[in-house]
Ligand binder design. Structure first.
Ligand code: CTP
Ligand code: MG
Length: 229
């Protein structure tokens, strides 16, 4: 089974509002994108190639990083991302080497993913064709309309989707082609595969695999990191 990963790092980090792109903010002294690459590189089954998808203007910044981290030797040539996350995913998918069977799509903004959870998600996708890490939601979810509660969603069946999300390469390509033909833009990759009606396995992950999104998440990520060591 040949596995590759896309590390999506081409966002602007608008909610974070830092002076540098979010993927280059440090976590324990190394950029989030590097921490994410390290986590993918430590997973078993082995991820043989890791494709960084970066803002077009930041590829030089990435190239200037010292290649002294786990997984550096498995990096493919960085790819320029696009305006939307789905565009960045498409660019990464197009850059996969021939012969790759499974692709793990991961947000660079989730540097705390545990390698064992990456591995469990890869194994699940190897069985079923598609799998994602997710956590049961803690809060009761309300659907809102015009600032008012429209309905309460049944919490027991709700999961918060994380990454990595792992797919058979051909399945994700087909899902992306269908979404694009229909003008559909998803906020994660599994949504595109759902629209094919293909089964997607949920792998129960950890709330600590947070997506660094808001300024306060930086300190939270540092705290989780330091508690682990
Ligand atoms: N991403 C990407 N290309 C985009 C948008 C997002 O590769 N056009 C990546 C981000 O770099 C991030 C992941 O997708 O690692 C999840 O996106 P998000 O957390 O929303 O990051 P940003 O889009 O950078 O943040 P914001 O939405 O606050 O601007
Ligand atoms: Mg975004």
């Amino acid at each position: 089974m040949r596995v590759a990963a896309l590390v999506l790092a081409a966002g602007r980090g608008e909610r974070l509002g830092a002076s540098i792109p979010k993927a280059f903010l440090p976590l324990a002294g190394r950029p989030l994108v590097v921490r994410s690459i390290e986590a993918l590189a430590a997973a078993r089954p082995v991820v043989e190639v890791i494709v960084p998808v970066l803002p077009a203007a930041e590829r030089a910044r990435f190239a200037a990083l010292a290649r002294d981290f786990a997984g550096a030797e498995r990096l493919a040539e960085p790819v320029a991302g696009g305006a939307e996350r789905q565009d960045s995913m498409r660019a990464g998918l197009a850059a996969l080497p021939a012969g790759i069977e499974l692709v793990a799509v991961h947000d660079a903004a989730r540097p705390l993913v545990r390698p064992e959870d990456v591995g469990r998600t890869i194994l699940a996708a190897a069985r079923t064709g598609a799998a994602l890490l997710a956590t049961p939601v803690r809060d009761t979810l309300k659907r809102a309309a015009d600032g008012r509660v429209a309905e309460t969603l049944p919490r027991a069946v709700c999961w918060a989707a994380q990454t990595p999300q792992v797919f058979r390469v051909e399945l994700l390509r087909e899902a992306l082609a269908k979404a694009e033909a229909e003008g559909f833009l998803g906020t994660d990759d599994a949504q595109l595969v759902e629209r094919l009606g293909a089964p997607i396995e949920i792998v129960a992950g950890e709330a600590t695999n947070l997506k660094v999104t808001w300024p306060e998440d930086v300190a939270l990520a540092e705290a989780i990191w330091s508690r682990r060591r």
